[in-house]
Design a protein around this ligand. Structure first.
Ligand code: AMP
Ligand code: GLY
Length: 424
């Protein structure tokens, strides 16, 4: 098969790495890719949200399967355009991608189909939003309805903070059009868990559990980021909990989307809150988590390509995936200053030394300059290692991290700490 992966981050590097290992893959392209992805795939200079450019490339190159990494092109209708041309594409169509593209859409779906989630209101009028906040009190959560690059959520500890969040989104337009509508919802206490399933329109196949760390600092402190590290398996995801999440959240969503006329295909990523062991849905993403995908790909023992094709073709029923019994853990190296302002173009050395330790370094934001590798993003590298348990995967990952010479970057030193504490 001739396969095109869309995106240029660590998630797409891990997807390319897994796809390139498939005997079914005859040619692999990635748009736009990065310096690390170039070792697995031919990178093409087309931006991930350039739908016209991607469609034209897929046609010219007679691509058999397009695998879409990020949510942007899904919400823009890339899969609809490819479907219309008869080109197989992994990911939801634009109407189903609204599960991530509109938080209000997601909440209404939950309400219609009795899926457990936080109580909420939808608002296009700032005064009505403020009235709701005053009536319900704090803590309370204010969310921009649309895509806001992970920045549109305020977990407000006081009524004043929540009222400010309304002014920022609706008055200052801090999130542009994404904040023209707000979802305001009940604060849910508890422990967060990510849950992934492949979906083919009717059937859902749960993937291994994975857990990320969103806060920038050790001990889960400081501002939120796209994710500073991840590990798999997730010790809190027991078999019983997996069955409950499938029964009460994932399958009602898949059936509800189909019944409402938006059948969902692709990977469904549920952000869950566990309160007293009971799962509630915080949010849906319509793509793999980044960096969760990196640890899932490292533990996957089955060929990924037939699974992606089965999700496209509606043939996931009775499909099975095998996972390594080993754990995997990834540490994100980010540019100094991230998630605030940071420099681009600094040189990274020692990547070969890191690879010699046995770890795999996925590139998230790099470009090649001759033989040199330069940092081009906020999150730059994902140093990923396996081990018999999370404690040893963690040790292996940090051994590789320490082999990398990049004074302009930093990482958290405690990725996996909760799981390591459970293991000790
Ligand atoms: P979201 O993008 O909706 O997942 O929100 C980003 C983060 O905000 C989540 O990962 C949670 O840490 C937090 N959050 C979102 N909604 C709630 C809620 N209803 N209660 C408590 N925390 C929340
Ligand atoms: N790691 C969180 C995300 O991909 O949204």
């Amino acid at each position: 098969m001739r396969i095109l992966v869309v995106g240029g981050g660590g998630r797409e590097h891990a997807l390319c790495w897994a796809i390139a290992a498939s005997p079914l893959c005859d040619a692999l392209y990635c748009a736009p890719g990065n310096a690390g992805i170039a070792q697995e795939a031919e990178c093409v200079a087309i931006a991930a949200d350039d739908v016209d450019g991607l469609v034209a490339f897929a046609q010219e190159q007679t691509i058999d399967l397009v695998v879409v990494g990020p949510e942007g092109p899904l919400v823009l209708g890339l899969v609809d355009r490819l479907d219309a041309l008869g080109i197989k594409a992994f990911g939801p169509r634009a109407d189903a991608a609204m599960l991530e593209g509109s938080k209000g859409f997601m909440k209404d779906l939950c309400a219609r189909h009795n899926i457990p989630t936080a109580g909420y209101g939808r608002f296009t009028d700032a005064e009505a939003a403020k009235e709701y906040i005053r009536k319900n009190g704090a803590p309370i959560v204010v969310k921009a309805d649309g895509l806001a690059a992970g920045k549109g959520v305020t977990v407000a500890q006081s009524v004043d903070e929540a009222l400010d969040a309304v002014d920022q989104a609706m008055g200052d337009k801090a999130f542009g059009d994404a904040g023209a509508e707000l979802v305001i919802e009940e604060f849910l206490p508890g422990e967060e868990l990510s849950f992934f399933a492949l979906v083919d329109g009717e059937t859902a196949l749960p993937l291994a559990g994975a857990q990320d760390h969103k806060a920038v600092g050790d001990g889960d402190t400081g501002p939120n980021t796209g994710g500073m590290g991840a590990y798999s398996p997730a010790p809190s995801l027991t078999e019983a909990l997996e069955a409950e999440v499938m029964e009460t959240i994932i399958l009602p969503t898949v059936r509800g989307m189909a019944a409402d006329g938006y059948p969902y295909r692709g990977v469904l990523y549920a952000g869950l809150m566990l309160d007293g062991g009971k799962p509630k849905l915080l949010e849906y993403n319509v793509r793999f988590g980044d960096p969760e995908c990196q640890v899932l790909m490292m533990r996957l023992r089955s060929d990924i390509v037939p699974a992606l094709v089965a999700a496209c073709d509606g043939s996931l029923k009775n499909f099975d995936l095998r996972w390594s019994n080993d754990a995997a853990l990834t540490v994100v190296l980010a540019a100094n200053g991230y998630p605030g302002a940071y420099d681009k173009g600094t040189e990274i050395r020692g990547l070969d030394d890191a690879a010699k330790t046995g770890a795999t370094v996925f590139h998230a934001g790099t470009a090649a300059d001759g033989d040199r590798v330069l940092a081009t993003g906020g999150r730059v590298l994902n140093v990923t290692a396996g081990g018999a348990d999370i404690t040893s995967a963690q040790a292996n990952a940090y051994t590789a991290v320490d082999a990398i010479d990049w004074p302009d970057g930093f990482c958290r030193r405690d990725i996996g700490w909760r799981a390591v504490a459970r293991e000790s």
